[in-house]
Design a protein around this ligand. Structure first.
Ligand code: SF4
Length: 237
């Protein structure tokens, strides 16, 4: 996305294998076929999708603005939402739009179960549960707040409650604790670690900055087509 929006800038990916398994669940050829089956549907793709899938989409969205993007689409239109079925479910409930979910999921968020959450709540009965919308609907149903990474951090910062159970990738604990040194945060599951994100180490970042490689280069035709969906997202919010 950074390279599509700013082709004149150098965009580095310090570890070439650090892709997103969620994005890989929506291969471009399958998405093309689905779009042919649903010619009237508006296609909304989460930014965690490939550049080619973005180029096939009408709108992009983030977890922070998915509901706003869906609400901007006329209510009578069907929306093909991809690649995350859990974010699609959350967006459909909040926006009251007719959403056809693509059957993908983030392996890290999808592994959090209702039972994990119930156990965490028993251990920390005073804590509020804050989860990311990539979690299963059964988990989201138990949450006090559902939002993006930034939304979760802001919620904790703006709230007087001192204890929180967190249902998202464990990397969030660093900024959460930094921003809220007097509050207590507990993981809903210790297993919520994205192995792909963890492939990017400080050493690899340093190496990448020194060598200025590997660079992300999006072919120009795909970049130009993807810009439409990304710019629409930016205009709406
Ligand atoms: S946590 Fe990992 S798999 Fe899940 S959306 Fe983020 S990068 Fe993709």
């Amino acid at each position: 996305t950074a390279s599509i929006l700013s082709p004149e800038k150098i965009v580095l990916l310090p570890e070439i294998k650090a892709g997103c398994p969620l994005a890989d669940m929506a291969p471009a050829e399958k998405v093309k076929n689905k779009i042919k089956e649903l010619p009237e549907a508006v296609v909304v793709s989460y930014v965690n999708s490939s550049a080619t899938v973005k180029s096939l989409s009408d709108y992009c969205c983030t977890s922070a603005n998915a509901v706003q993007i869906a609400r901007s689409i006329p209510a009578e239109k069907e929306i093909l939402f991809l690649p995350d079925m859990n974010l699609a479910d959350f967006t459909a409930k909040k926006s009251k739009r007719k959403i056809i979910p693509w059957p993908g999921f983030c392996p890290t968020h999808h592994l959090l179960t209702r039972d994990d959450v119930i156990k965490a709540k028993e251990l920390h009965p005073q804590a509020l549960l804050l989860v990311h919308p990539e979690c299963r609907p059964k988990v989201c149903n138990l949450a006090d707040y559902i939002g993006s990474t930034r939304g979760i951090i802001e919620f904790a910062s703006n709230n007087l409650v001192k204890e929180y159970i967190i249902g998202t990738e464990l990397g969030i604990f660093h900024p959460l604790k930094k921003n809220n040194p007097n509050e207590h945060f507990f993981p809903a599951s210790e297993n919520m670690i994205c192995q792909n994100m963890k492939l990017i180490t400080l050493e690899k970042v340093l190496h990448s900055l020194k060598k200025l490689e590997p660079q992300v280069i999006v072919p120009d035709d795909i970049r130009k087509k993807s810009l439409k969906a990304l710019n629409r997202m930016i205009e709406i919010g």
